[in-house]
Write a protein that binds this ligand. Structure first.
Ligand code: SAM
Ligand code: SF4
Ligand code: F3S
Length: 479
């Protein structure tokens, strides 16, 4: 399928208006059932793509009349949006569903729904259905827009629903969103993945790459910026191939240029970039666009060519380092972050040393490190895996220790420099301390009034202690 031209299946306006009718019916049912506003608790596991999906699920729930609460116990509807990327993520979901048994015993009229990537796997959807009879609604990633109709059936007929259709996936435009933040927003630009890395479940549960139309993305960005949003994060599993399925060539650089050209004071972030499609044009575009963050999240997964091939990553260590060299030459203040897997099946300790040396060479700002987790149905799950988990844990520690030393070195270099920071929230446990993020995605803590939250402010770094970078607010405003 990769490389073929096909137009993504869009949910038709007719189907969306049928859902809007169901939404009204649910609203009526709820107003008869409750003499107050019904409340929903939505919990999200996994990546930013899932967070964005949950914002749209909340948009649908709000249209049906639901308000939102922060405690599951207070809710009339609990919705868990799950992740399947590693076993640990799935174990947490199973544990949390189990814990809802008491809640459901106290509130038999409440609705418990489970959706997302984990439920898109048939064996998991059936396991949840069979193990937890109190779960009313189970649905996969391709039918989020059908929530009103599914909920109507649950509420009006008391039936359990399991809906996990297979397929390449769809695009549903125009679903409202209840966003978690008032000045930072996610915009999905594409869904699914065609890369089929041999360890990864995502293409199996998210379907094929489907790019949204550029005009739809631009309209959403324009609306958010017009409403005062300060940070726009463009989302996709492989943003660099945005547009390939629309007209046969990638259009991500053009998309960046067009959002960058919009009037307003905002920063553009994006993730994730796949090294296979990370072109020089893209790097030149980042360099030329003043509103695009000086940050590139470029997962490398392994520093060894044999392992990269077994992972089906389609690049070599040298090609990766070449991209990094070019990017650093064009954007000297670029902050690089990455994902890496330790203990891929068959990886030897010598091969793992190549991962360490790549980390040393690139000197990332930060790293997301994972021990390989076998995923049912992926090729890597069937590969010989002779190294014990205990030994992988030792390698893992070696990697995280190395990265900690590098991060400490990197943050120490920040001391004395002034950064333009988007003030995000108060520090945990101290309302007089604000956490902000640099263009390079580094968090700085600094004393300031809460009124700065949601604005760009200049902050000079005064101290760097391992992960925590502290600074002082400069008295002039950033422009
Ligand atoms: N699309 C992104 C890319 O390829 O760069 C990554 C998406 S994935 C949700 C996030 C990270 O999870 C991956 O980069 C990889 O490091 C890790 N990951 C995925 N499958 C894994 C597995 N089976 N075991 C361990 N880590 C895994
Ligand atoms: Fe998974 Fe690879 Fe796709 Fe990323 S590019 S989502 S790691 S298959
Ligand atoms: Fe998890 Fe699905 Fe994202 S598997 S990481 S929630 S795409």
């Amino acid at each position: 399928m990769s490389g073929d031209m096909h137009f993504p299946a869009r949910v038709s306006p007719d189907e969306l208006s049928i859902q809007a009718e169901y939404s009204e019916k649910v609203r009526e049912l709820l107003s008869l059932k409750y003499s107050r506003r019904p409340m929903a608790f939505v919990h999200t596991y996994g990546c930013q793509g899932n967070v964005s999906d949950s914002e749209h699920l909340k948009g649908l729930l709000a249209a049906m009349g639901y308000g939102f609460c922060a405690q599951a116990e207070e809710a009339d509807l609990i919705l868990l949006n799950t992740c399947a990327v590693r076993e640990h993520a799935e174990d947490r979901v199973i544990g949390n569903i189990g814990a809802l048994k008491q809640y459901k015993a106290r509130r038999p009229d409440a609705v418990v729904a489970v959706c997302g990537c984990m439920m898109q796997q048939e064996h998991m959807a059936l396991r949840v259905k069979n193990t937890f009879p109190f779960v009313n609604l189970i649905f996969g990633t391709h039918v989020l827009h059908q929530l009103p109709e599914m909920l109507y059936t649950v509420l009006s007929q008391g039936r359990r629903i399991l809906r996990v259709p297979d397929g390449a996936g769809v695009i549903a435009e125009g679903i409202p969103a209840v966003r978690d933040n008032t000045f930072k927003a996610f915009i999905p630009i594409m869904y699914g993945c065609n890369n089929f890395c041999s360890y990864c479940i995502v293409p199996h549960v998210r379907g094929r790459e489907r790019s949204r139309r550029m005009e739809d993305i631009l309209a959403e960005a324009r609306d958010l910026i017009g409403r005062g949003y300060r940070e726009i994060t463009l989302l996709g599993q492989n943003v660099n191939s945005y547009g390939k399925d629309l007209n046969g060539k990638p259009m991500f650089a053009e998309l960046l240029r067009r959002i960058n050209a919009m009037e307003g004071d905002f920063i553009i972030r994006f993730m994730t970039s796949h090294p296979r499609d990370c072109s020089r044009e893209l790097i030149d575009t980042i360099a030329a666009c003043d509103k695009v963050s000086r940050h590139l999240h470029l997962p490398f997964q392994s520093g060894n060519d044999r392992v990269l091939k077994a992972m089906n990553r389609h690049y070599t260590r040298e090609k990766y380092l070449d991209i990094v060299r070019y990017a650093r030459e064009k954007i000297p203040d670029l902050s690089l972050t990455s994902d890496v897997i330790v203990g891929f099946p068959g990886e030897t300790y010598e091969e793992f040393q190549d991962t360490l040396s790549l980390v040393e060479t690139v000197a990332y700002t930060s790293l997301f490190t994972f021990i390989f987790s076998p995923r049912v149905g992926t090729p890597a799950a069937a590969m010989e895996d002779p190294v014990s988990h205990k030994e992988k844990t030792v390698w893992f520690k070696e990697l995280t220790d190395l990265q900690e030393r590098i991060a400490a070195r990197r943050t120490a270099e920040m001391v004395g420099k002034t950064y333009r920071v988007l003030a995000e929230n108060t520090s945990r446990g101290d309302n007089s301390v604000i956490c902000g993020r640099t263009s390079g995605n580094i968090i700085i803590e600094f004393p300031a009034p809460q009124s700065v939250i949601g604005t760009f402010v200049p902050v000079t770094v005064t101290q760097a202690r391992s992960w925590i970078v502290t600074g002082a607010l400069e008295d002039h405003q950033c422009n």
